[in-house]
Design a protein around this ligand. Structure first.
Ligand code: CDP
Length: 222
């Protein structure tokens, strides 16, 4: 069974998809972490982002693993090295779009992502999962929330990690990222026509997980 969760940053995708996967006993797959880890590698290797052949070559020889830990956290391994912390810095976040807008790189990522669905029950979250990666998914959700709430959530997440950012800058960066994610020609952020829209603005995490779970149970009963 394949469940997709798409939506913009700070809508609650990661927290909710992770909890949902745990509840269902499914594998949780964070595709943003894949784009982030590959961007880190390209930056470390000082690849010119305009050199698409070189980037694609690099992507093909990159190994990214999402390792589920006992405490339900996910470790992101880039060629065997734990980069979970390094891929969440604001600098890296602002660089990901350069890689994520390249259709040839998205193709490589989409191949990796589809391979997860071949032999596992999964909850996969991202931007284009219900539209491009798994258009035939069993259940699709599109999670959104008011931009101010999303920025506040992200601000708190970063603060918890000891990363201090200016709230106003963060809000502007998130608006810019939303725009880029929604307007790129390859794999844009878009609600699939058959995805269920959930606005998490006034809802707690538990309420969103319960809402999604009830849709899944209804579907199973059919
Ligand atoms: O956690 P947050 O929502 O901030 O971002 P993320 O899910 O880790 O994704 C980081 C960036 O990767 C996004 O802004 C997208 O540009 C890109 N991405 C993508 O293009 N396609 C996906 N399926 C997932 C992420």
């Amino acid at each position: 069974m394949i469940i997709t969760v798409d939506g913009p940053a700070g809508a609650g995708k990661s927290t909710i998809a992770k909890k949902l996967a745990q509840k269902l006993g499914f594998l949780y797959v964070d595709t943003g972490a894949m784009y982030r880890a590959f961007t880190l590698k390209a930056l470390n290797d000082k690849v010119n982002f305009a050199d698409i052949d070189r980037l694609v070559f690099l992507a093909r020889e990159t190994n990214i693993q999402l390792k589920q830990m006992e405490n339900n956290e996910i470790k992101v391994l880039l060629d065997g090295e734990d980069v979970s912390g390094l891929i969440r810095t604001p600098e890296l976040t602002n660089a990901v779009f350069k890689v994520a807008q390249i259709p040839q790189i998205r193709e490589v990522m989409v191949q990796w992502q589809r391979s997860y669905g071949e032999s596992n029950n999964i909850v996969m979250e991202g931007r284009d999962i219900g539209t491009v990666v798994f258009p035939q998914a069993d259940e699709k959700f599109y999670l959104d929330a008011d931009i101010n709430i999303r920025a506040e959530r992200r601000y708190n997440e970063l603060k918890e990690k000891g990363i201090d950012v200016d709230m106003h800058d963060l809000l502007e960066q998130m608006k810019a990222r939303d725009y880029k994610d929604k307007n790129r020609s390859s794999g844009p952020l878009k609600k699939a026509d058959d995805a269920i829209l959930i606005d998490s603005t006034g809802l707690s995490i538990e309420e969103v997980v319960d809402t999604i779970s009830s849709y899944i149970n209804d579907e199973k009963r059919k």
